[in-house]
Design a protein. Structure first.
Lengths: 303, 513
């Protein structure tokens, strides 16, 4: 993969009888919306540079309209995904891990280029990202038992509380950790039945597209994850102010932008969360619980 | 009132019941005393002597009552009579400063370092004193708020005591509550509460905050400050260390100063969605923790197999409990088309038996509207209901001459676009819509930016659970309505706010988790 893209010219064909080396087929990095891979409706793209400053590829530069389209796709996917059994969602997430494992070399190459880390470290970051899917996959059918309750009310009522997904969650993915950070913010959102509109790291977007390709070929239903590459500054305010988004994760937003984004999020009282954790640390349940609502149901007991 | 045209209706001399009640009832279309509904009750007033109201109250700061720094006061009135009950200090920014400072000092030096088992005992003491002084609180609440004594006596005050009792028990068990091995309090909580359940909302706010180790500055509603001030006296009686609970009376400006104070680490607000959004904007970028319990427009859904008599009781309880001044009120009745006529007949008959009047009368079902401002809002929205083409009906009932009153009111022929189907009226006004299929009921119930509560009436268990799963609402009452308990989490989806009050989940709002 590392040879397969970028501005490095293919080696010139040597004279003297030997066949010219094959010219690579480069990948076009596109958006992922509603299970499809469109270019930006705006027709824009932007250059993505590696840690060494060299051109890696051109990525689609999503527009505000692309973000709104992604919200529509995400909203449309809520019913099916949140209505799937927890067992089913757990298996789907586990399958994402399976497919990533098969493409781990490719992910490692992407991460190494994006983050400027050595190959071995990139491999360990990819391994951690895969393991993170496995960790969250297992939560799907356990979170209700940890976050739910049977409540001993003082009366003849059966009363129980269950966690439910809040709906569509906008995720501003971490700027630095292009794959492990991305998985660490995305997986806890969707495992409980939310759907996501992700704004990937602006400067390091290519692993997110790679991940979108994995999601598209795993069993994640179209629209459950929508991945946008482009300008955070352009997209984040639209996500924060969108009236059909239920929650927003501001992790990837610069601290200076957060007050404005939180103000915009107040328009429909989005649940707002963030966090600057060390991505290699054990994730805990904080992000898992942040995308949940608690519903309490009462019914009389009697004959 | 037979015409059901709001304030233009006839009025009688007092809450004891008009002499010509039978005649009025007989005049009601299709409903008469033949139905055996026109019972006369002798007045049964609760004595107000049990509650002593002082002519003037100060702010409760750092364990003692003191006047506002500005010396300003405002009057609190009995909405049933418009009688001025007392004058109350109006807290300004200087008072907020002092109260937050007192709370900070108490937090750093007394309350946070105190073992949870000791905090628990203070809360148990408060719960016990509330029980011992319950009748006094009930009378005071009904006087200041206008709610029937039956409700303040049987619901508000016992539940307030129960909340303190419940959370007292958590204070020394926080490390076992599922929030990690060392859950930490947040700090100083600024808590702004509404006028519909004045003492109960104070208990909902204070009890979990104190149990978790926070200290509090509580701002009761402008129109209902008295029971919060009496609660401050209870804190004194319980020996609660100074500064742990502070009570600042005032209006919106006082609340804004409190939530905007940089020394406040946690904001808890119960009130309108409009103000909740303002608070969310004010808190943006400050790092303050925020929980909001806001408005609602709940659907109360009656299926064709529901037990009609029980459903009718649930509908009445859903919208006429506390004059409909309930954020989770079942203000939209969705009734399945095939039984709509039967349900509405029974509902109208039941409404003719509701007794509207003196809140201190033990037979009163529906009390006074809390304020002139709220009455005008209800009048405005009901006028819009008629103007938009819905049909209005109220039972024949006489309203007292003085005070703020509104008769129980039904609107039929309501469409989803009507203001009375979309906006929170916060009064005794029910908008009736119909549906044919469960899917349609779900779509209509969820067709609102609010998401606080919902009601489901059906005998079919699988349908209850199917519906409950689909309601985008934080509390679902099936074959019951408007039930509350300290062990039961309460709070909204969508624009009804976020965070939960009650139960283990209610602790999370006051811990750094």
């Amino acid at each position: 993969m590392s040879e397969g893209k970028g501005a490095k010219p293919a080696s010139p064909a040597r004279a003297g009888g030997k066949a010219a080396p094959r010219l690579d087929v480069r990948k076009t990095y596109k958006l992922y919306i509603g299970g499809a891979f469109p270019r930006s409706e705006s027709g824009r793209s932007y250059p993505v540079l590696g840690a060494d400053g060299g051109l890696l590829a051109l990525a689609a530069k999503a527009s505000r309209k692309d973000l709104r389209d992604a919200v529509v796709a995400a909203r449309g996917a809520v019913r099916g995904w949140s209505g799937a059994t927890a067992y089913n969602r757990g298996q789907v997430l586990y399958r994402v891990a399976e497919l990533m494992e098969g493409r781990s070399a490719q992910f490692a190459a992407e991460v190494a280029e994006a983050e400027g880390v050595r190959r071995a470290e990139a491999e360990s970051l990819v391994a951690a990202a895969i393991d993170r899917w496995v960790w969250y996959a297992g939560w799907s059918d356990k979170v209700a038992q940890v976050a739910g309750a049977a409540n001993p009310v003082a009366g003849p009522y059966f009363n129980f509380s269950v966690p439910e997904p809040t709906g569509v969650v906008a995720v501003l993915a971490p700027a630095q950790s292009s794959l492990l950070g991305l998985v660490s913010v995305l997986a806890p959102v969707i495992v409980t039945g939310n759907t996501a509109v992700v704004v990937a790291s602006e400067d390091r977007p290519l692993p997110s597209v790679e991940l979108a390709e994995v999601l598209a070929t795993s069993d994640v239903p179209p629209g459950v994850v929508n991945m946008l590459t482009g300008s955070l500054h352009e997209l984040a305010p639209v996500a924060a102010g969108h009236m059909d988004v239920n929650a927003i994760d501001l992790t990837g937003a610069p601290a200076a932008d957060r007050p404005d984004l939180e103000r915009a999020a107040a328009a429909n009282l989005k649940r707002v969360f963030d966090g600057d954790e060390e991505w290699s640390d054990p994730p805990g349940t904080r992000r898992l619980l942040a995308g949940l609502e608690i519903k309490t149901v009462w019914h009389p007991v009697g004959i | 009132m037979a015409s059901g045209k709001g304030k233009s209706g006839s009025r009688a001399g007092g809450p004891a019941g008009p002499p010509d009640r039978d005649a009025v009832l007989a005049a009601a279309a299709g409903i008469g005393p033949a139905a055996g509904l026109a019972w006369e009750y002798a007045p049964a007033p609760e004595s107000r002597d049990v509650a002593t109201i002082e002519p003037e109250y100060g702010l409760f700061v750092d364990g003692e009552f003191r006047p506002a720094a500005s010396g300003r006061t405002f009057a609190t009135v009995n909405p049933a009579t418009e009688e001025v009950l007392s004058k109350v200090a109006e807290a300004g920014t200087a008072d907020v400063e002092q109260a937050v400072a007192a709370a900070r000092t108490a937090y750093e030096h007394v309350w946070r370092p105190m073992p949870g088992s000791e905090r628990a005992k203070y809360l148990y003491r408060i719960a016990r004193i509330l029980q011992e002084r319950s009748r006094e609180f009930a009378v005071l609440e009904s006087l200041d708020n206008g709610k029937p004594i039956r409700e303040s006596r049987d619901v508000d005050i016992p539940l307030a005591a129960a909340h303190f009792f419940y959370y007292a028990g958590w204070a020394d068990k926080l490390e076992h509550a599922g929030f990690g091995p060392e859950p930490r309090p947040i700090g100083v909580a600024g808590q702004v509460i509404p006028w519909n359940f004045p003492l109960l909302m104070a208990a909902w706010k204070l009890a979990p905050a104190l149990a978790a180790g926070n200290t509090c500055v509580l701002k009761p509603a402008e129109t209902t400050p008295l029971t919060a001030l009496l609660l401050a006296q209870v804190c004194q009686q319980a020996g609660l260390p100074p500064g742990v609970v502070n009570v600042l009376t005032g209006a919106g400006e006082t609340g804004a100063a409190l939530v905007g104070h940089p020394g406040v680490d946690k904001i808890a607000f119960t009130g309108s969605t409009e103000v909740g959004k303002e608070i969310a904007v004010a808190a943006a970028g400050t790092g303050k923790k925020l929980t909001l319990e806001l408005g609602g427009k709940a659907a109360n859904i009656v299926f064709d197999d529901a037990p009609v008599e029980q459903a009718v009781e649930g509908i009445v309880n859903g919208i006429f409990f506390n004059q409909g001044h309930v954020c989770c009120a079942g203000s939209r009745l969705l009734v399945q088309e095939s039984v709509a006529d039967a349900v509405m007949d029974r509902l109208r008959r039941r409404l003719t038996t509701l007794r509207v009047g003196d809140p201190l009368d033990k037979n009163t079902d529906v009390g006074a509207i809390n304020s002139r401002q709220q009455l005008e809002k209800i009048q405005d929205l009901t006028a819009a209901g008629e103007a938009e083409g819905a049909q209005r009906w109220s039972p024949p009932c006489r309203l007292p001459d003085k005070g703020y009153w509104f008769p129980p009111t039904l609107f039929t022929g309501v469409s989803q676009s009507h203001r009375i189907a979309r906006e929170e009226i916060f009064g005794p006004v029910l908008s009736v819509l119909t549906f044919r299929t469960p899917d349609e009921a779900v779509a209509k119930a969820n067709n609102t930016p609010y998401g606080l509560s919902a009601g489901i009436w059906t005998e079919k268990g699988s349908r209850i659970l199917w519906m409950a799963q689909r309601m985008r609402a934080g509390v679902v009452w099936a074959n019951t309505y408007n039930r509350f308990d300290p062990a039961s989490p309460f709070g909204g989806y969508k624009e009804s706010g976020f965070g939960r009050e009650g139960g283990r989940h209610g602790l999370a709002a006051y811990l750094n988790v």
